[in-house]
Design a protein around this ligand. Structure first.
Ligand SMILES: [Zn+2]
Ligand SMILES: [Zn+2]
Length: 201
């Protein structure tokens, strides 16, 4: 093991374990999360001190959850489906916010890498091609880990209204299936109060 192997950093290993593999997207999520956290000068959110807004639900989202403590389950990870590698962190304590966005070209794959990816998607890559792809994929992931912040990201302060905290509300039973459902998620139909599943039929 190389002493300065970025894949051996304890926090990166946690991200890789959570995500399931190492990939360029995970590296982007790792680097952007560290940058945004450093900017906010806060520690990992144990509860809801920090709110994260991600603009794609691709691989990097898993590093964001591990490193910022903003998770799907706690409701302080918000997803906007814009298809962009952008992470915004907002602090409830200070009201500060930072937006870290990937620069154009920073995640670009070379021609060989792209072609192999296409073959694998179609399911007609040979074992040798799969191996070559994996090597290129890891190399790209490592390059991102070792690249300068300036080469990867634009970072800017933002001022945004914070979304309301996650609500814990009592459940009521759906009139059709009987399953307990957050009261605000029940809809009235034909004189019944129905959950989303029953509403859709
Ligand atoms: Zn991945
Ligand atoms: Zn129901």
């Amino acid at each position: 093991m190389e002493i300065n192997d970025p894949f051996q950093a304890e926090d990166f290993k946690k991200c890789a374990a959570f995500h399931g593999h190492i990939c360029p997207g995970l590296s982007i999520g790792y680097r952007s999360s560290l940058k945004a956290m450093e900017w906010l000068r806060e520690n990992r959110a144990e509860d809801e001190e920090i709110v994260a807004v991600i603009e794609t639900n691709a691989c990097g989202a898993d590093a964001v959850q591990v490193l910022t403590g903003c998770t799907y389950g706690k409701g302080n990870l918000l997803f906007k489906d814009y298809g962009k590698q952008v992470l915004t962190l907002l602090s409830r304590k200070t009201g500060n916010g930072v937006r870290v966005s990937l620069k154009a070209g920073a995640l670009e794959l070379n021609e060989e890498h792209r072609q192999l990816m296409g073959k694998i998607r179609k399911g007609d890559a040979t074992d040798a091609e799969k191996e070559r792809f994996q090597a290129l994929h890891l190399k790209r992931s490592r390059d991102i880990m070792e690249n300068t912040e300036e080469a990867l990201f634009d970072v800017r302060e933002i001022h945004e209204d914070l979304p309301p905290r996650a609500q814990i509300e009592p459940s009521k039973s759906c009139d059709r299936c009987g399953e307990p459902t957050m009261a605000s998620r029940l809809s009235a139909k034909d004189g019944l109060r129905l959950c989303g599943g029953c509403l859709e039929g």
